[in-house]
Design a protein around this ligand. Structure first.
Ligand code: CUO
Length: 686
């Protein structure tokens, strides 16, 4: 095989088919030494693979070496929120981590394939590729092609299968599955008006990928992992709330009370890995119950959730947690060494049992919250139903209840953030550097941004075997016309200066069409772009494209993209690796309204000398998605708390005047606010 990329790529194809099934559109086949699988498995009418990949016998990967990895049945769901499944993942990742190089990993993985749950297999191999230095040039194919059944209803996939079955064998054109923008429910229920957003393939892929990089309970201790858990999810909630405001829906209510029924049900219409096993559905007004799925985890009561929440709140308001020795662990963000309070709190809240200061005491509120919701339709396995989609990293954003749970989680983080002292004037003000004007331009028009629909195609037949025939998914998604930021900056210092530019977006009015005060708008600001720029003395005109955003990922990489990526060019490839993580570019902007919706942009300049984080080597691997995903093998590249300056309550006064609204922050010369309109065209863009 040509290179590491190609050696590993085909392990991602057809996860639920035997490893010997032809891959690579029928051109590649794994040939297992001493294979006793019937030859019929390895053949497909009309396919004659030209590339054969030899896989020698591997005595080192006997079933007993896999630990608990084989405990999750094939064809069933794998949930990272369940401790037993995390343990299985750890056992399998340990086996893969011991390999040495792409060829070794390919051989071991090919031997393990078919012995472990499909999602677990893809999870573990992705985890190892993202972590092993020698595999930095290898990129992951998009989840949409690996598991199409997570993105389109079973009905559509079955229809495509029927169509393929009826096709003339000599016919070669692809079957096309169209999906969206109606998605899973009718507009009768208000929550379904935002289905296109919750069920967007890009945001769900992002969520899967983010948790791959920052998993709890896997011994991963990345820089500011807990704070990123808080920030990335807080930003998802902010964006969802803005989308809801665009549609005239109220902001999400936190799941405050587990003793009352959950008003909104969810019917995913998907099957787990095309196995025919349906993801669980939750009826409207389902009452959450104690978790009694003893086949996959220890019993947990609703009372436990309530106790853990109360203990976390107690710690927040007392200003410290108590570790297992009974010692106090202070919660403060303004520390000069050691972990920030937000990291300590997040590790106990998510929870990461490896890093929580006192896992038995503070519990596992967020993970178990997912579990209780995922099994609320069948909490004791009476109906032998599968978990709901909120239990899976690649599908959980589809369910409205995800946002209610994460609003509860965010509420605790915000409670903590409000205990931190407001930023002082000297932390906000940057004398000598002034923004003269700032705004956005699209197609020569200033300050009006346009959104609408677009489509993207993926090969469903890479993930599901349609008798070796090509089947294309054509997914409709929200999109916007690209635009540029223009910022006029006066550098009144007599020397060149490196500055950080922070750009945020928020709606101008709340749901009652009133302008918001600082505190109401504070948690709606969503980051669009954070970058550094070198200012010369005097006037500077800085222009940046919306496509360069620090939160977004490049396009999803398809199998075809990766097959065509040649060997060599490794520095560019490693730069791409982490980039698989990031908010989808097509979801950078909220929908807005057909008549135009009023938004505000907030620009702020800070001194890069104070923001800078020293990273050994100085190599900036993958800047894309960096605000949400960090950088590979490097520290998070911004010393300020994530979400600065909106992560804390406002300073009571600035420059001697009171602060009521964000506009009062914009009085500082290094900040600027500007009104823009977002118009939803309701039609296909381009
Ligand atoms: Cu990302 Cu709950 O942490 O889904």
């Amino acid at each position: 095989m040509a290179n590491d990329q190609q050696r590993l790529l085909y392990l991602f194809e057809l996860p639920q088919e035997p490893i010997q099934t032809p891959r690579g559109g029928g051109s590649v086949q794994f040939k297992l030494e001493n294979d006793d699988t019937p030859p019929s498995v390895a053949t497909r009418v009309g396919l004659s693979p030209s590339v054969s990949v030899p896989v020698p016998e591997r005595k080192d990967v006997a079933l007993q070496d896999l630990g608990t990895a084989t405990s999750i049945p094939m064809g069933s769901a794998f949930s990272f929120f369940l401790a037993s499944h995390r343990r299985a993942a750890k056992d399998l990742c340990n086996v893969f981590m011991k390999t040495n190089g792409a060829e070794d990993l390919m051989q071991v993985a090919a031997r393990v394939h078919g012995k472990v749950n499909e999602t677990l297999f893809i999870y573990a191999i992705s985890f190892v590729i993202l972590r092993k230095k020698e595999l930095h040039s290898v990129r992951l194919p998009t989840m949409v092609e690996v598991f199409p059944s997570r993105f389109v209803p079973q009905e559509a996939l079955s229809r495509a299968q029927l169509q393929v079955n009826r096709m003339d064998p000599n016919q070669s054109e692809a079957v096309i599955i169209e999906h969206g923008p109606e998605f899973s429910g009718s507009p009768v229920k208000p929550e379904h008006r935002v289905s296109y957003w919750r069920e967007d393939y890009g945001i769900n892929v992002h969520h899967w990928h983010w948790h791959l990089i920052y998993p709890p309970g896997m011994g991963v201790d990345r820089d500011r992992k807990g704070e990123l858990f808080y920030y990335m999810h807080q930003q998802i909630i902010a964006r969802y709330d803005i989308e809801r405001l665009s549609l005239g829906l109220p902001r999400v209510q936190k799941l405050d009370n587990w003793r009352v029924p959950i008003e909104d049900g969810y019917f995913p219409k998907l099957t787990v890995n095309n196995s025919g096993r349906a993801w669980g559905s939750r009826q409207d007004n389902t009452l959450p119950k104690d978790f009694r799925r003893t086949e996959i985890g220890d019993p947990v009561d609703i009372t436990d959730l309530e106790i853990w929440r109360a203990r976390l709140l107690g710690a927040i308001h007392q200003g410290y947690m108590v570790d297992r020795n009974g010692d106090k662990v202070p919660l403060r963000d303004d520390v000069t060494s050691g972990k920030r309070g937000i990291d300590i709190l997040a590790d106990a809240l998510e929870a990461d049992a490896d890093h929580s200061v006192n896992f038995p005491y503070y519990g596992d509120l967020h993970n178990i919250g997912h579990d209780i919701l995922a099994f609320s339709h069948d909490p004791d396995n009476a109906h032998k139903e599968e978990m709901g989609v909120v239990g899976d990293l690649g599908t959980s954003l589809r369910d409205p209840v995800f946002f209610r749970l994460h609003k509860l989680v965010d509420d605790l983080f915000q409670e903590y953030k409000l205990t931190q002292p407001p930023y002082k004037e000297e932390e906000l003000f940057f004398p000598g550097v002034r923004i003269g004007r700032a705004g956005v331009v699209r197609d020569d028009e200033a300050d009006v941004l346009l959104t609408g629909w677009n489509t993207r195609e993926f090969e469903a037949s890479r993930g599901i075997d349609f008798n070796g025939r090509p089947v294309i998914l054509r997914l409709t998604h929200l999109d916007h016309k690209p635009f540029d930021y223009h910022i006029q900056i006066n550098n009144d210092l007599r020397e060149p200066k490196e500055v950080t530019v922070r750009i945020y977006l928020a709606p101008k009015f709340n749901g009652r069409e009133q302008e918001m005060n600082f505190m109401e708008q504070r948690i709606l600001w969503c980051e669009l772009y954070r970058f550094t720029v070198h200012l010369k003395p005097g006037k500077n005109h800085v222009v940046r494209s919306s496509k360069e955003s620090s939160i977004t990922n490049l396009e999803e990489l398809t199998f075809k993209d990766l097959e065509n990526s040649g060997p060599g060019n490794s520095s560019e490839q490693s730069a791409f690796n982490f980039c698989g993580c990031g908010w989808p570019q097509h979801m950078l902007l909220p929908r807005g309204r057909p008549e135009g919706m009023a938004f505000q942009l907030f620009f702020m300049l800070t001194d890069y000398a104070k923001d800078k984080v020293s990273n050994p080597g100085g190599v900036r691997r993958c800047a894309n998605g960096v605000s949400f995903c960090g950088m590979q093998d490097a520290k998070y590249p911004d010393a300020r708390p994530m979400g600065f300056p909106f992560d804390r309550r406002p300073a009571p006064t600035l420059q001697g005047l009171p602060v009521n609204t964000t506009a009062d922050y914009a009085r500082l010369g290094n900040a600027f606010m500007h009104d823009v309109t977002i118009k939803f065209l309701g039609e296909k863009l381009n």
